[in-house]
Design a protein around this ligand. Sequence first.
Ligand code: FRU
Length: 486
Amino acid sequence: MNILSKDLLFAARCAERLYARKVEQDPWRLRFHLMPPVGWMNDPNGLSWYQGAYHVFFQYTPTNPEGGLKLWGHYRSKDLLDWEYLGPAIIPDCPRDCHGAYSGSAFVLEDTMHVFYTGNVKYQGNYDYIHNGRGSFVLHTESRGGVYFGEKECALDMEDYPEGYTCHIRDPKVWKDGNACYMILGARREDDRGGVLIYSSGDLKNWRLLREMTTENAFGYMWECPDLFALGGNTYLSCSPQGVEKEEYRFQNVYQSGWFRVEGDWKGECRLRDFTEWDLGFDFYAPQTFQDASGRRILIGWMGIPDADYRNPETARGWRHALTVPREITEKDGRLYQYPVKELESLRAKETRLENEKEVSVPEGVFDLEIHAPDKDFCEIHIGGELKFIYKNGMMELSFQGDSGAGRTVRRGRITELREIRVLCDTSAVEIYVNRGEAVFTTRYYPPAQNMALALRGCSGENILWNMRAIRLANKTQEGERDEII
Ligand code: FRU
């Protein structure tokens, strides 16, 4: 810790205390999704299983719900239900990260958690900050215990990147395969094509460029937050491309997030196939995956997106954005599926059967709904009067009437057949899983009433509705440490 980290930590703590009450009193506060204690949240970072606990770090600006200087906030849980907030973990306090501790990953080796992240620096001058004027360094810091981090070392400097790239190279994800460790970085090339760089290392200190990877035809100008993993015998590359053109049923958001199947050997000859979006809703971006002790691959996404033309009215209440629930990723026949982790089912409280074409009112709009046998050609879900999800002959549509979408309008997608639907609704967040995660729609939603009307049409099979309990959240930063800081 230096004088800068101490003061930034103090500013974070002051903001957390100053806005805590306001956020706590907000009826739009989420009950079973992770959201910022106060202020702004974006990408999930450093997702990991370490020393018997799940660690979820996140891009965090406690001092301003509209965003600003990025720190890493930190949540920890043994069971994905009972969470502790542990305070800012990585603070931008050195010359190579002074304009933001940007996204990165946590890699566990023996008893140490290694964090690799992007140190963002914008030099003063007449620069465009794409081709010049920006430092994007890979910084490495270690922790025994996963809470306090040591000295930062520069793992990759600007001159370690190959020719032909802009200054937009960031978001390192590190993993081990055989005897070597690998790091993947998202990049924007000088020819305005997105891609990734993959480095390898035997000691986590010296990194050597292994390869570059992109699509045969240009697919956007920048790929953020890449993640490469094997599942069910295939390799997948997840990333968040920017600059992809809108289509009628795909790529409707300003930026995308999805996965390619990697055909061939990712270390050698290979091709990227079939980009599929992770989520077709309005609010999803920059997800990251990790493997837990049981071998599950779990994904958490940012329930938000940069540069969208719709609003987030919770900002006026002292906070903005959230994370999706943890989703287990499975693969079948070269395709990925996402579904809420099983643990969430233990939050289910009162269970009721929901009849087709009969409206009910759900207190505070906090529920889990399973529609087991929707009608084959048509079904409709109405939530809170203004949100409607329709399936009709292969077409899915999520739309808002009125202003409770805060500028969100309509999002569409296609599937070949409809088998089942699950809806998680959490005051101002809705996640809709179709066919056990073959397609997902995630959106924020700001209905004025606290009780939500819920009605189904074309759902003549069994529909089960549960009221949901909240996850438990303890703030472990309030006492003790404060004295040390002051
Ligand atoms: C994605 C992203 C990352 C970057 C971070 C900064 O939303 O732009 O590429 O590291 O956010 O907060």
